[in-house]
Design a protein around this ligand. Structure first.
Ligand code: BG6
Length: 484
């Protein structure tokens, strides 16, 4: 199968924070892979910009080392590496001062597409935007890419949107949520809107409930400082889980185009009811003697920040009234597993009688790992002796279905960075979307802050606190198992 590669014009991409962890781990490897795939036109420039006093060659050494660490060996051939390093430049710059801006201006060409990636602390987003403008690097075609966190509540997100809007139009601002760049997340839209099969059933008449789980095995060690000020609600729910919820629940956009898709997502967020106190559980991982507890990881024995959240959301619109959406995410859980499960209602009447048991169709979309989907269908158990029913999976693992060349799933950043260069905002969050998401999560966080309650402790390697399971038991439902 030959993949279709849309050509782009030569560009200048400046990465502020070019010596940082995200640049090393994600952005530069993604650019390298796209270069190796022949998608990066000759004459393009990738400019690292950071505080360290380096020259081009020293930065190239750093980039080479990062690629060796974060790109799988078979993809690191000498010729591609040398070609990629040729595109690399470096400018030592002071984001809040004047140093380096003249040099950057000389490197960034007026007659090329230019994009600036803000892979820096959020406090620097405003100063960078302002300096790009005052140093004459912001014209109508310039794009800026803004990493999360985009604010820490509605007020700060609004303030940030206002600051960016002073210098850039909304069509120039690319707010990253890397979940939208994941192949399987985009597949949600292909599944829903490329098939006639599911859409007629995609509503509260046929869907009992939907579960969205993003489980991780890692703890917060190493980034405890950031995480303890955020917690799972800000770090995962407000952005990644809400984006998944939007894609699952939205009405069909009239076209796969930025305005139409983002309008529909926004309508979902605005239709969410406030979450009731009984419909949310937060947890914090304890220690099992082998791994440190959350409190040890963040070095604050009093911290009440949550490393786990489970909640029930309701979307008040015609399609979804009455169908709950259960969202769950946490660190140090049993397995790394992200999936969406659409649990359909029972058949209205069983012609097989009570002894046939209760059977349900469940459509499971596995986002990672082992990307694919499974549709559970009910069939007759083979053999004589009456009509006994069993559930069997119709299973499609994408790597099997698409062949070996697609086995390595494209990293989210590859898709997103190239979309910036192409000028396609469909998979980026619009300012109003981010604000609406904060408007929904803020009251939950404020309630926790005000009531002085604490998260429930949970065992590392478990599925989270018992209370999360109880939340569903109350309604005669159960979470899908998090499997190792
Ligand atoms: C990030 C969060 O946005 O997403 C991390 O800050 C989290 O805490 C990560 O671990 C998960 O991303 P992925 O792609 O590994 O599922």
């Amino acid at each position: 199968m030959v993949s279709r590669v849309i050509p782009v014009d030569p560009f200048d991409l400046t990465i502020f924070g070019g010596t940082g962890d995200l640049a090393h781990r994600k952005i530069l490897p993604a650019l390298y892979r796209r270069f190796r795939a022949g998608q990066m036109p000759e004459g393009s420039r990738i400019i690292g910009a950071a505080r360290s006093d380096l020259n081009d060659d020293q930065y190239r050494d750093e980039v080479r080392a990062a690629l060796k660490e974060f790109v799988a060996a078979p993809k690191l051939d000498d010729a591609a590496l040398a070609g990629f390093l040729d595109l690399i430049r470096y400018v030592a710059i002071d984001a809040v001062g004047d140093n380096g801006w003249k040099e950057l201006k000389e490197l960034v060409r007026d007659d090329h597409i230019s994009a600036f990636y803000f892979s820096v602390a959020p406090a620097l987003f405003g100063p960078l935007a302002e300096r790009l403008h005052s140093h004459g690097m912001a014209d109508d075609t310039t794009r800026i890419v803004v990493e999360k966190p985009f604010g820490r509540d509605l007020a700060s997100a609004r303030a940030l949107n206002r600051t960016l809007a002073e210098h850039f139009h909304e069509t120039q601002i690319y707010r990253i949520d890397h979940y939208l760049g994941k192949e399987t997340v985009q597949n949600l839209m292909a599944l829903r809107f490329g098939n006639v099969l599911f859409e007629p059933l995609w509503n509260s008449q046929y869907v009992d409930h939907i579960q969205i789980t993003v489980a991780e095995t890692v703890g917060v060690g190493g980034r405890g400082g950031y995480y303890d000020r955020s917690g799972a609600m800000r770090d995962m729910v407000q952005n990644h889980l809400m984006q998944l919820l939007c894609l699952i629940a939205m009405e069909p956009p009239s076209q796969f185009e930025p305005g139409a898709v983002r309008d529909e997502k926004l309508k979902v967020i605005r239709s969410l009811d406030p979450v009731k106190p009984d419909d949310i559980v937060r947890g914090q991982y304890a220690s099992n003697g082998k791994t440190a507890s959350y409190l040890e990881d963040v070095e604050d024995p009093q911290s009440t920040t949550e490393s786990f959240v489970a909640l029930k959301a309701h979307i008040s619109n015609w399609r979804w009234a009455g169908t709950p959406f259960y969202l769950r995410t946490g660190k140090r859980l049993k397995a790394r597993q992200s999936e969406i499960a659409v649990v359909f209602k029972d058949a209205p009447h069983s012609i097989f009688g009570a002894e046939a048991g209760r059977h349900r169709n469940i459509l499971t979309i596995r986002l990672q790992p082992n990307e694919g989907m499974t549709l559970g269908v009910t069939i007759k158990e083979p053999g004589p002796g009456g009509m006994r029913l069993i559930d069997v999976p119709l299973d499609m693992t994408f790597a099997d279905a698409l062949g070996a060349e697609n086995e390595q799933v494209t990293d989210a950043y590859e898709r997103l960075v190239m979309d910036v260069i192409r000028g396609n905002q469909t998979l980026f969050m619009r300012g109003d979307e981010v604000e609406a998401a904060w408007a929904w999560t803020d009251p939950i966080i404020e309630r926790w802050d005000a009531d002085g309650s604490k998260p429930f402790p949970y065992e590392p390697g478990s599925s989270g606190p018992e209370e999360s399971a109880m939340m569903l038991h109350r309604e005669n439902r159960r979470w899908r198992e998090i499997r190792e």
